[in-house]
Design a binder for this molecule. Sequence first.
Ligand code: M6R
Length: 607
Amino acid sequence: MCGIIGYIGYRNATPILLEGLYRLEYRGYDSAGIAILSDSRIKVVKTAGKIKDLEKLVKEEDMIGSSGIGHTRWATHGSPTDANAHPHLDKTGRFAIVHNGIIENYKELKSELQTEGVHFTSETDTEVIVQLISKYYSGNLEEAVARTLKRLDGSYAIAVLSTEEPRKLVAARLGSPLVLGVGEGEMFLASDVPAILPYTRKVVYVEDREIVVIEESSWWVFDINGNYKTKQIYFVDWDSSMVSRGGYKHYMLKEINEQGSVVRNTLKGRLKENNIDLSELEIEKELIHNIDKIFIVACGTSYHAGLVGKHLFERWAKIPTEVDIASEFRYRDPMISPKSLTIAISQSGETADTLAGLREAKAKGSFSIALANVQGSTITREAHRTLYLKAGPEIGVASTKAFTAQLSALYLLALWFADVRNTISETQKEAIIRELWQLPYHIEACLAFAPQVKELAQKYYHYSNFLYLARGINYPIAMEGALKLKEISYIHAEAYAAGEMKHGPIALIDELMPVLVLVPRDRLYAKVLSNIQEAKARKAKLIAVATEGDDAIKSFATDILYVPEVPEEFYPIVNVIPLQLFAYYVADILGREIDQPRNLAKSVTVE
Ligand code: M6R
């Protein structure tokens, strides 16, 4: 959950490392630092705080050198202090390291090194790695790194810089992401592709237990036992402009506004005039016919997308579907048969729990499909197949456009399964396809109501608690709306299935508890109306997200946000837009750090 970066080449490394760290800041932002090799010594500048604090300090120093490493931290071992910030040096000052991950046996290693007289300057687990490299160094940096890695339990992506071999950086990974960027006369290392996009789009995905060595004009990869590996260079289809704010105040607002085109992109090439084409997945029809159960595994927002997916797979494709939070799934010993299909949903493709869930399912014989956004991410390499979301880089920590892309991908997959299994008629299929084509326009229509949502945020931002209610396929959207409000505004918000209110949560309702309710004109409309009345009778202020043209709702709701009329299955994707905007504007009025909410990181690569 930290970000690491490395550079070696012909330019001054400092601005490249700083810019890369800004692009990795979504991975962690409680402290940061860089180390540069300059005049045959390693210079380190690091601090608690954000990259902008680091940048100020760097300006006061003479940080010029053509190789270096950098880090942005999300604290696990040791609080976010200057001393605990990376890079860390060994006791001789000849080796510097940055690390993303957790070393589980660091205490044993630390006491062993302390007995040998090593003095530690931080509380981190990382410092043991660099002290071990120093201990094992005998003229070859990659050998010292390999020897050290054999002693570590846990996860890591590391980059190492040394005065002993100044024209080289060594990096390695186990469980945390690492890419190598291949330039002309320069090489890059990073936790994620956006960090190096301004310089190269040629990348090599480093795999678990691989060690990579970079020099200005060459690179090579070998395994922990010294065997050389042949690696493929991939060309990334994202460009640098995709990772800019493009004039918006926050990435989150930009990403919310991109959702019409994102959905178009997810559907493009996969949805034909009157048909659906997912031949890119290269899955035999027989396999689809034989699926007896689907397990969906994911975390956070991706989990909410999965909950919508359950409705689609059961309704259209008639396949029983279970959805699990990945951190629960991995320990519950699920009853997976070889006829089951596991769908792992992850924007980043690096979420540790989702990966563990996928591995558990595969180990039990399940075929697997990843729905992922980041090209080459771990999940895409581990699942049997990947359906890419094609949402472009998502930088805001609060996921928005990846969510609508996930919903779109689930619509495609469920429709395809239904088509192959003949569980829907041709007429139904064509109607669904027509609706899918309309989705981007519906999303854009919802976005046009942003000024009304902003006004509503002005009216409600001072409340401390919210209830979000919905039924059926929209209940996961209430969960997603509540999550958005919580994570970026720090206001407590809870989602309930509206029918569950009377079983307890209704006791919470009074005039200080606004209730946001999704009440589309679908099969459950009348049921939700009854639930609204129950809340209204207890003086709740009611914000209704309702279908355009629904005048009846006016006599129940305090405030109304309208969305276009769509068939029941498509309400989730339109209903979520006002909820994202509401959370955004409330957080903005409260002056929150919207793109980097406290305590969070974009990809959670630790358990
Ligand atoms: O990258 P993933 O989709 O696997 O991430 C899963 C969650 O960590 C993520 O959705 C998280 O809940 C977001 N902060 C939600 O906005």
